[in-house]
Design a protein around this ligand. Sequence first.
Ligand code: MTE
Ligand code: MO
Length: 388
Amino acid sequence: MRCVEDALSRRKLLTGVLGLVGCSDRFNSASETGEEGTMLGTVPFTDEQADLEVVSGEGLDGRLYTDLSKLKDDALVTPNETFYIRTRYPDLLDPNAPWKIALGGLVESPRDLELADLAPKVKKDLGPFVMECSGNGSGAGFGMLSAARWSGVLALDVLSMVNVHPSAKRVLVSGFDGHSKPSERSTPGASWVFTFDELARAGAFLATEMNGAPLPRDHGFPVRLFVPNWYGCTCIKWVDAITLVDDDVPATSQMQEFASRTHQNGTPALARDYLPATMDQAAMPVRIEKWRIGGALVHRVIGIMWGGYQVTDKLAIRFRDDERFVPVDVHPKQTTNATWTLWSHDWRPNVTGEYAITLRVDDPAVPQKRLDLGFYRRRTAVTQTRQV
Ligand SMILES: Nc1nc2c(c(=O)[nH]1)N[C@H]1C(S)=C(S)[C@@H](COP(=O)(O)O)O[C@H]1N2
Ligand SMILES: [Mo]
């Protein structure tokens, strides 16, 4: 790492004055070379006009988009107030009624679980985990993506509270979706079917707390499902039923609605024909800073990588489709796929004009469906090159 090798001694000298530590501050303010530059401002992405961090709409059309440009290495958890929202608290829910989850289907004796039954099994601080809406996109400033620390009860611990019949092969998790206003875009009735193995492998849990506070209403109060590394559409909010089912159950309306966004082969009729709605390795830029460093202009592109099934050090970037991909600088190294990791890249374009920023992982062994599709491409206009 250039930063460590060349700049550490100089940085040490500066540390006392500027309060900088190592070079992880690169995502915040200091220059990569250790030579102090001046940040001149930020450059916007082209054609992205989403209103960020304001709640809009109601019920199934309720939204809030997280402002990812604020991500910094000391601010990698999204506060509850600005965590993205897809579907707001159903107005037909009574927040004061005692909560019950009907645990039934192919079990010996069905029962209603109360919050008091779950409380002793809550595991604190299971996170941080990212969650992304499978319908994320430029219309939302790509802000249907956030990370939080979660507490909750592992799904397998919930299932161990009943005797499961041997014919039970899958688990249907359903949430309340009573909205008095019909939606303009979405189908009500949130539910998803999982195998035991999928729940176990993902470490799925019924979340009761988010960032150390009770779940906010819009995020599923009092109980939601969280499936680490699966798309948000599987993370059912206001969970009110868990039903053990056999291998022939139909796909739910939610699974069908989200089939293309979770990259299924068509829209299968049966739950067992769905692929896990997991997130392949993904990455995108979230902020472009303009710096003057030693008389030269540098566009510092800051971004995130998330999703994926194994850590990688092969993330690469290009700015035009006819360019070669060059490695980006991930520091500190990616150590987990559970939450996002920051990267940065100092870019010195020679000509002004429009650029399309594309990332990919230079490793054929790493599944990256959405990167292959150019799903997270963001464009920017360069109005100034080299000299300042
Ligand atoms: N009951 C219910 N649960 C739901 C939904 C819904 O409409 N109703 N939307 C799903 C979708 S598509 C996403 S992306 C996540 C969003 O969770 P969040 O609003 O807490 O970010 O919730 C999921 N759980
Ligand atoms: Mo979603």
